[in-house]
Structure formats: C-alpha cells, structure tokens
Design a protein around this ligand. Structure first.
Ligand code: PLP
Length: 394
C-alpha cells in the first residue's frame, strides 16, 4: 500500500504541463517556429547582469566550503538582515533578520507558511482566478480549500468574502500581480480585504492569517503600485520569490517575511522553522541566498514584457476579443467567445496556438496567455488569433 493521494497527484499532470508537453511534441513534428506556445510562465528575459557578476564575485570572495555548505535552517544571518533592511527601506517596515526565513521559491514559501499555521479542520480561502497549486498546497497541509468566485473586475468584494469566512477559516491567500490574470489588487481592495479580516478575526476570537504570494511584485507596468500588505494588516506572512523578478526560477530561491506585529510573532516564526524542518527543506541554496541578497532591487528587463503586453492586448482587442488588460506579471486573460474554455483552447490548438483553459484557475470561460515569450512569437501568432476570431464571427 502506498499513499494513493500522492500517487494520484503524481499521475495526473496539470493542464498547463500537459499543454507544454504537447507543445514540445508538436515542435518536434512541425518545427519550433510553427508552434505558438503560450502555456508556461517561464521568464523569457535573461537574468540581470548582477546575477552572473555576483556568482563570479562570490566564487572569488568566499571559500568553496563556505559558499556551498549548509547555512542555518532559516538562512544565512547576513542575507536575512540584508533582506529585512531592504524591505524596511522600501516599505517603511521594521523587519529584523529574525523575521525572514529563506526558502526554495514561492512554492516552498507557501507550503511552509500553510503547514506552519494550519490545524486539522481548518479552511483556507483563495480568490478566483488563483494559481492551481494553492489547492494542492492547502490540502497537503491538511486544510479544506475554499475557492471564492471571481468578481467582474477581479478585485475584492468585501460582502462575499465576509460570507465565505466561518470559525474554521485559518487563512486567505492573495496573489497580486495575479497569475493568471495580471490584475494588481488596488489599495481599496486591500483595505476592504483587511477590514473584513480584522472584523472576522475579532468575531471568531482567533487570527485569520493573510498569506500574500508575491513572485510578480516587481513585474508591473505604467507605474502601477503594488500595496505592501503589512501596512494594512498585522497577521500577515509575505511569501516572496526571486524566480520571476531575477529570471532565476530554476535556482529555487525566495523567502517568507513574518510581520513583526503579528499575534504571537515569535511562535509563528518558530512554526515556520518547524514546518521547513518537517518538510525536509534543510536550508535554501547557499550560493543563491547570497546572490539574492546582493541583487535586491534589481529586476530583469520588464520593458520586454510590457512591449509584449501592449502588442498582444491591442491586437487581440482589435480582433474583437475581450481581454483583461494586465497591469503586471506576464499573463493575459482572454474571455473565450464560447462558454467552454476547453473547446476554445482545442480550436486554438488546431491553429498551433497553445492557450491554457481557465477552469483549473477556478474561473471558467477564459484562457491564459503567457506572454513571457520572444516578441517575434507573438507577431507570428497574431494571424492565427485573427483567423480564430473571424471563425467565431467577432
Ligand atoms: N505563485 C504563483 C502565483 C506563481 O505563478 C508561481 C510560479 O509560476 C509560484 C507561486 C511558484 O513560484 P516559484 O517558482 O518561486 O516556486
């Protein structure tokens, strides 16, 4: 007997991965330049120069044993201090090195945070559209996952959020800029969210934690601001990753920042350390902890994503598609001209357009277009999008 839940999880590929694998097969059959693969959120802009420069400098400055050895479980103290100082400078906060826990990316930040706070019978809420792994991570931590239906503008509706909360609600996960829609939550939305959390925490007599998933924080356009949530709510765990901002998703580096004013803050931080231990992470990669610390404030060239966003959004809108204009991340959410996004995605596939149907994001009737690709791919794909629009009579 083995764990059937895990067996199932391993056997059922995510819709995104399935489409990506299909794309690879199709590229081998007809040539990579003839397949318009918009399936994966793998950064297409190289890491900023500071990443390779820092790797080189570190190999010269630090001994091999130091650079490649274990760090303390929560991360190197100087790295955690650098991150705390940076967040304090950027957001007027008061983090210390002991507020920060280094992780292997946002996925680990989320699983560790959830495992740190979830008890048997707890519920975790997420707003649709959401990153599909939230369900896996929440259920893996032993919680019931509670998805909330999307609002028209994908911002937060306080009434429906309040109605979804009960005495078992332990946490809510928010993701801004959002995967799959590119929507950035406004300050008004964050205030509504936090007011409900404060009221409901008081009503039920225990904290309802806010977990913010922020791998796209720096990937925003036209000066849009992403509110930093600890300013609005204390019981907050910020889950950050350098995967997208520095274009290093394969290096697996991120952190959790525990709000210094959280209830039982030292105990929650200890639970974070305990969850990291129980999950067997040991410590985040040593070299990339140092790279991240020295590259704070640097980002990959966001102007490339903005150029792609502008090109895609204006072309698709001119063909008659209804799209949500993304303010950040590198995803565009297109309303499918028929209710069933899977059928639309299949029709798109026949034109070699690989678009992810939105059902697994908890928001049927859309496809996600990952525009972290060469601009040339978008230019070449536009005629296929146009033909498809014409077939639907848009
Ligand atoms: N959260 C969201 C919303 C994401 O889009 C991703 C990756 O695409 C992750 C978390 C996981 O990020 P990481 O690669 O840093 O673990």
């Amino acid at each position: 007997m083995i764990n059937e839940k895990m067996e199932q999880l391993g056997k059922v590929r995510s819709v995104i991965r399935e489409l990506f694998e299909y794309g690879n097969k199709r590229k081998a059959e007809i040539g990579a330049d003839k397949v318009f693969d918009f399936s994966l959120g793998n950064p297409s802009v190289p890491a900023p120069a500071c990443v390779n420069e820092t790797i080189k400098a570190l190999t010269e400055e630090m001994s091999s044993l130091q650079l490649h050895g274990y760090t303390s479980a929560q991360g190197d103290a100087s790295v955690r201090k650098a991150i705390a100082d940076y967040l304090n400078k950027e957001h007027g906060e008061s983090f210390t090195a002991d507020s920060i826990y280094m992780t292997v990316g946002a996925a680990a930040s989320l699983t560790i945070s959830l495992n740190a706070i979830v008890c048997a019978g707890d519920e975790v809420i997420a707003f649709a559209p959401f990153f599909p792994e939230y369900r896996v991570f929440s259920e893996g931590a032993g919680a019931k996952f509670v998805p909330l239906a999307p609002t028209e503008d994908l911002q937060i509706d306080g009434d429906s959020f309040a109605k979804a909360i009960n005495e078992n609600t332990k946490a809510v996960i928010v993701n801004s800029p959002n995967n799959p829609s590119g929507v950035v939550l406004t300050e008004e939305s964050i205030k509504i969210l936090c007011d409900v959390l404060k009221t409901k925490s008081e009503e039920y007599g225990h904290p309802i934690y806010l977990i913010t998933d922020e791998p796209y924080r720096e990937l925003v356009y036209d000066g849009v601001k992403v509110p930093f949530v600890t300013k609005y709510y204390d019981n907050c765990l910020v889950c950050y990753s350098f995967s997208k901002s520095l274009s290093i998703p394969g290096e697996r580096i991120g952190y959790i920042a525990v709000c210094p004013r959280m209830d039982r803050e030292r105990d929650v931080y200890a639970a974070v350390c305990g969850a990291g231990r129980a999950l067997g992470y040991v410590c985040a990669p040593s070299m990339f902890q140092h790279v991240a610390a020295r590259c704070l404030g640097q980002t990959a060239d966001v102007s490339v994503y903005k150029k792609n966003r502008d090109l895609l959004y204006s072309a698709l809108s001119s063909y008659g598609y209804k799209c949500i204009k993304p303010d950040g991340a590198f995803y565009l959410f297109l309303k499918t001209p028929e209710d069933d996004a899977k059928i639309f995605s299949e029709k798109a596939k026949k034109k070699e357009l690989l678009l992810v149907p939105s059902d697994s994001f908890g928001c049927p009737g859309y496809v996600r277009i990952s525009y972290c690709v060469d601009t040339e791919q978008i230019e070449k794909a536009l005629p296929a999008f146009k033909e498809l629009a014409e077939e639907y009579g848009l």
